[in-house]
Design a protein around this ligand. Structure first.
Ligand code: NAD
Length: 484
């Protein structure tokens, strides 16, 4: 047996319910594919709405116990989970590569990043505090306490199968909430293995349930309608986010929404061009371009545009495309054929409207869902890929003449998650950061994610923050107690 087949055959593939592996109530299962081959890796239990409600029974009855568990104990369980995750880091990395496709080096990066939320929130769990003050009128005293919101439903996407889960689970558990996780149907295996880590770390049964399903809407709707559920936290597309907010509105359910992006990356003529190229490689090509923070629109000052484009094209042409399990692979497959067709259609649309293809621009022969790393220059403003998320290894370059036009173009989108700027001028960096309508700005760097920083967007990229000292607030209610 290979290491991959060994790992796959040892995985938990049933639902995590009440701290135990449990088949779906119907016994149904669905297949999980390796996007590098199109072949089935294994199958997992297919949770039904009844299974969802059973998980909510457990979450609701465990809630008081977990909320009353001393913060130090909650913290230590999270810290043990962090250590256990690290002790199995190679298994997690291989599993992420097998079900999602990214290179092993990138999967190792995700394991490190994803684990960091467990450590960060183990540290935040013991720092939940309130406030006491005398009422200014001298009529009493004001006491403010922070309390766990209650059972949480967390719905996660496939592009970071581990980190998008730990970014929600860790702060929720730290705050004293019980959690139901619905992982993406393309990548449920990593989350199910994380369930094992939490069981081994001593998390009491019922506090965390993991519910893969082939029918997300049918599972989540009755949960959202149930008064025992107190919060929905979602990472995924803006379309599904809007649907969930509408469903949640009926009960005024608290929601956090980490939605789609359309990040501008601006290279000014005073930038260090080599550093800008390296930053763009990270902001664009990391995760095969399948990141909500991926640079979707690359605006380059016209005097340096050709120099930048040539250097970027040379770097992108040198990338090795292949199965993420091969040691020399830089760019793995896209998640599935649907995603590849979307990317291909966006590139064809841009080319038909006049964009120049500097490299790539084609679907690669199978098996697997590969697309060639691509650079497009002179992308016209009418191209669909300037308005929609590309979610693939395609760099779209547009020239600009002035700082004002660059800012206006960057802000001309319904999204507002991440932005990037490259300049050696500090005044300009601060001025443009302030003018950009996005939740996060990277200055002279292509990766901005950090467990210690608040991640999130504005406009149709959603609301709420994950990570940082802000992240735990999403799972706490504020109570004011008036003392005589
Ligand atoms: P998606 O919206 O299709 O799916 C996300 C999750 O929602 C999956 O678990 C899916 O099963 C579930 N889902 C789908 N329909 C549902 C329904 N009707 N009711 C309840 N749940 C439903 O998104 P995706 O394709 O998995 O992920 C890519 C998207 O996620 C991109 O738009 C990307 O920008 C976004 N994303 C955002 C962030 C962020 O932090 N802002 C991070 C990663 C990805």
């Amino acid at each position: 047996m290979t290491r991959a087949s060994d790992l796959i055959s040892s995985l938990p593939t049933d639902l995590w319910l009440a701290g135990k592996q449990t088949p779906a109530s119907t016994g149904a299962r669905f297949g999980v594919l390796d996007p590098a081959t199109g072949q089935k890796l294994t199958s997992v239990a297919d949770a039904t709405p009844t299974d969802g409600l059973r998980a909510l029974d457990h979450a609701a009855s465990a809630h008081a116990m977990w909320a009353a568990t001393p913060a130090r104990e909650r913290s230590e369980i999270l810290r043990r989970a962090f250590d256990l995750l690290h002790s199995r880091a190679e298994d997690f990395a291989l599993l992420i590569t097998l079900e999602m496709g990214k290179s092993l080096a990138e999967s190792r990066g995700e394991v490190k990043y994803g684990a960091e939320f467990l450590r960060w929130f183990s540290e935040e769990a013991v720092r939940i505090s309130g406030r006491y003050s005398p009422a200014p009128a001298g009529t009493g005293r004001i006491l403010v306490t922070k309390n766990p919101v209650g059972p949480v439903l967390a719905i996660t996407p496939w592009n970071f199968p581990l980190a998008m889960g730990t970014r929600k689970i860790a702060p929720a558990l730290a705050a004293g909430c019980t959690v139901l996780v619905k992982p993406a149907e393309d990548t449920p295996l990593t989350m199910l293995l994380l369930g094992q880590v939490f069981a081994d770390a001593g998390l009491p049964g019922g506090v965390l349930s993991i519910l893969p399903t082939s029918d997300a809407g049918s599972l989540s709707r009755p949960l959202i309608a149930d008064p025992r559920l107190r919060k929905v936290t979602f990472t995924g597309s803006t379309g599904v986010g809007k649907l969930l907010v509408a469903e949640a509105a009926d009960r005024m359910l608290r929601t956090s929404m980490e939605l789609g992006g359309n990040a501008p990356l601006i290279v000014f003529d005073d930038a260090d061009i080599d550093a800008a190229v390296e930053g763009t490689m990270l902001a664009k090509m990391r995760n095969t371009g399948e990141a909500c923070t991926a640079a979707n629109r690359i605006y380059v000052a016209n005097p340096v545009r050709e120099q930048f484009t040539m250097k970027l094209t040379a770097r992108i042409e040198a990338l090795t495309v292949g199965s993420g399990t091969h040691a020399d692979t830089d760019i793995g497959p896209l998640i599935n054929d649907r995603q590849r067709r979307t990317v291909s259609a966006l590139v064809d649309d841009a080319a038909s409207k006049g964009a120049r293809i500097r490299t790539g621009g084609r679907v690669l022969d199978g098996p697997g869902f590969f697309y060639s790393p691509t650079v497009l220059d002179e992308v016209p403003h009418t191209a669909n890929l300037l308005r929609e998320e590309i979610f693939g290894p395609v760099a779209a370059i547009v020239g600009f003449d002035s700082e004002e036009t660059a800012i206006a173009a960057a802000n001309d989108t319904r999204f507002g998650l991440a932005s990037y700027i490259f300049t050696e001028n500090l005044d300009r960096a601060m001025r443009v950061s302030a003018a950009l309508d996005s939740g996060m700005v990277g200055i002279n760097r292509g990766i901005i994610s950090d467990a210690a920083a608040p991640f999130g967007g504005v406009k149709e990229s959603g609301f709420g923050r994950e990570g940082g000292t802000e992240g735990i607030e999403e799972y706490l209610d504020t109570k004011y107690i008036a003392l005589q």
